[in-house]
Design a protein around this ligand. Structure first.
Ligand SMILES: O=C(O)CCC(=O)C(=O)O
Ligand SMILES: [Fe+2]
Length: 316
């Protein structure tokens, strides 16, 4: 039995008020406690997932010199390729043992948005990579919208509270490749302990061992999803907004045992961000005598900037 609870989004999408309420209660309890759930009944179908993994592998298999063309100075890793070892967790100097790609928001006709975000980079060697990345982005964004509707109800807000903030939001789809380990990594790990920056994260690929989540006693527990499930967790932005009622849990990706050093890990998180001007000020009704205000007021854009400096992706 996994310590991470499972929920099914179809309950929330059903016309049955009781089923819907059950989903809200279960995901709310999980996010107040361990901060993670495994979610089935989402909007990704098997065919798209299969195509995405095939394209992602094709991308990371490209020669280093080709991938390097998509690592653009000045973008702070926000679009395109980030090479092996570049990102490190907050407070660490060793880089994580990973390389990754970022798909960002698709610029609509809305002129405000066009100016807010850098354009996505297009990989000319593998056109289908760009196409399936976009389709996956849209399906995960839609899944996240419904999860946030459930969380809005749990937080005693209007069901659609987050809708306007996340429409054309600054979300990122990040295919990650953790390559085979070829020499003693000393202190470096695949992904050092961290909390995610954003509102919520929807993770594809947590099907084998590797991802671990820290419980309240400080124990590391394995977070493993079934093939039809996404692993979903609370990020620091939602923790701030809810004055830590919803928990952004520290997690890590550990190196495999030596006999498995030869295999790669591929995982694909979708980091759901709102528009940059969304205030992350603690909700008034989440501040009480027993739970005094824990965070300074700031906007999502200010908070993201601060965190990207800490990760070594942009200069302060
Ligand atoms: O690779 C994984 O399973 C998790 C990655 C992760 O936690 C992250 O990129 O924030
Ligand atoms: Fe993470």
């Amino acid at each position: 039995m996994s310590a991470i609870p499972s929920v099914d989004l179809r309950e929330f999408l059903s016309d049955d008020a009781q089923q819907k309420q059950k989903f809200v209660k279960e995901i709310g309890a999980a996010f107040e406690n361990i901060g993670f759930v495994a979610l089935s009944g989402h909007f990704l179908d098997d065919q798209l997932v299969g195509e995405l993994y095939a394209e992602v592998k094709r991308f990371f298999d490209l020669p280093e010199a080709v991938k390097a063309q998509y690592e653009v100075e000045g973008l702070g890793g926000q679009r395109g390729y980030t090479s092996f070892g570049k990102e490190h967790a907050k407070g660490r100097t060793e880089g994580d043992l990973k390389e990754f790609w970022h798909f960002g928001q698709y610029l609509s006709e809305n002129p405000d948005i066009r100016e807010s975000y850098p354009e996505n980079l297009t990989v000319s060697e593998i056109p289908k990579f760009n196409e399936v990345g976009k389709q996956t982005y849209k399906m995960l964004e839609k899944t996240a919208q419904y999860v946030l509707r459930a969380l809005a109800l749990h937080l005693d807000l209007e069901e659609t509270y987050f809708d306007d903030w996340i429409k054309d939001g600054n979300s990122i789809l990040r295919p990650i490749h953790y390559p085979p380990i070829t020499s003693e990594p000393k202190d470096a790990v695949r992904a050092a302990a961290h909390g995610d920056i954003n509102l919520i994260t929807l993770l594809m690929g947590a099907h084998g061992k590797g991802l671990q989540v820290q419980d309240h006693e400080g124990n590391w527990i394995d977070a493993i999803a079934r093939p039809d499930q996404l692993m979903i967790n609370v990020g620091d932005m939602l923790s701030r907004l809810s004055n830590n009622k919803l928990k952004s849990t520290i997690h890590q990706v550990v190196n495999p045992p030596r006999e498995l050093w030869g295999s790669s890990r591929y995982s694909i998180p979708f980091f759901m961000h709102p528009k940059s001007h969304m205030p992350l000020n603690c909700l008034e009704h989440c501040v009480t005598e027993e739970n005094p205000k824990q965070f300074e007021d700031c906007t999502a854009g200010e908070y993201l900037h601060e965190r990207l400096v800490e990760l070594g992706l942009i200069k302060g």
